[in-house]
Write a protein that binds this ligand. Structure first.
Ligand code: AN7
Length: 336
């Protein structure tokens, strides 16, 4: 499969001959989830967005945002990020041969994402503050300087991310409901745009972490906290659009606790063989907790790969078995 600008050019704002910065993102697998299906009593599929080049759905938006920035002559792209946008920006900026800078909350992004941003050569700024403060600062910065902002306030991000809805409809033909984690609320907005362009309206169920659930509480959260660091966001940029997507699709936005997120995270790995990051497991945690109001055919979006956050994985899993280099000891270790 080509990258998604090539695959969906007729539905994206890119003309033939425009620069395309691509790592062959998109075209991610949709796999059946027999264990979750059994638990929920419906047909449940998982959209594995961790299979994108940098391990998260952000690559869909980033191919478009960075291609647009190059078309506009930008020499530097910048974002605020809880980690995945930073990793994606860094990779696409490297690919484009332009500068990349990311502002992340100090000590609050997963190790894999930090490693990616640094390896791809972005300038990584650790803000002594949270994501919401970082986003407010980059918005101000990009008003003053000729630097392209590639957070999901950039419409090209949503254009790229809407293609996941196209893929789902091509692969499954129909679906009744989509379950999705919600942080800055760009992705739920993008899926709704994609479905709407196809004339479809599956119900959208968005899930926030209980300690970072402004859309559920109806007010900004000044000090968001959750183990799911990717969605540790208290003032989503796409707030209004996410509420519209929820209302128009007759869906809901609900909260799941860190405990529920971690249960789903471990169970997906152990029962379905699918390792996603904690924020992604919020979609399944939400479905298990709140249901999907009778929907029969449901897709949960697993937004990022589990390898992004090795620290949480090691904290949540069993320990290794130490062993002497002798057959007897190995037999005991494996069979005992
Ligand atoms: C794995 O990287 O906001 O509701 O700065 O990394 O569109 O924000 C990440 C968000 C879900 C929420 N799952 O999506 C960032 C960032 C994962 C994520 C979300 C994010 P949005």
């Amino acid at each position: 499969m080509p990258g998604l600008i090539e695959r969906y050019r007729d539905r994206l704002p890119f003309a033939e001959g425009d620069p395309v910065v691509s790592l062959h993102e998109g075209s991610t697998p949709v796999v059946a989830a027999p264990w979750v299906s059994e638990r929920v009593g419906a047909e449940v599929f998982l959209k594995l967005e961790g299979a994108n080049p940098t391990g998260s759905f952000k690559d869909r938006g980033m191919t478009c945002a960075v291609s647009g920035a190059v078309r506009d002559g930008a020499e530097v792209v910048v974002c605020a990020s809880t980690g995945n946008t930073a990793a994606s920006l860094a990779a696409y900026a490297a690919r484009a041969g332009i500068g990349g800078a990311v502002i992340v909350p100090e000590g609050k992004i997963a190790a894999g994402k930090l490693a990616q941003a640094l390896m791809h050569g972005a300038r990584v700024i650790a803000l002594r503050g949270n994501f919401d403060q970082a986003l407010a600062l980059v918005r101000e910065l990009t008003q003053r300087h000729p630097i392209a902002l590639v957070n999901s306030v950039n419409p090209l991000r949503l254009e790229g991310q809407k293609t996941a809805a196209f893929e789902l409809v091509e692969e499954l033909e129909s679906l009744d409901a989509l379950c999705i984690p919600v942080g800055n609320a760009g992705n739920i907005t993008a899926y709704w745009k994609g479905f709407t362009e196809l004339g479809l309206a599956p119900r959208l169920f968005g899930f926030q972490a209980a300690g970072a659930a402004p859309l559920v509480e109806g007010r900004r959260v000044a000090h968001p906290e959750t183990v799911a660091s990717a969605i540790r966001i208290g003032n989503p940029a796409r707030w209004e659009e996410a509420m519209t997507a929820m209302t128009q699709s007759q869906g809901a936005i609900e909260a799941v606790t860190d405990g529920e997120i971690l249960d789903a995270y471990r169970l997906l790995a152990a029962r379905e063989g699918i390792f996603c990051e904690p924020a992604s497991a919020a979609s399944v945690a939400g479905l298990l907790k709140h249901g999907a109001d009778g929907a029969r055919r449901i897709v949960c979006v697993l937004t990022g790969h589990g390898l992004k956050d090795p620290q949480t994985a090691l904290e949540q899993s069993g320990s290794v078995v130490p062993c002497e280099p002798e057959l007897g000891a190995v037999e005991d270790a494996i069979l005992g």
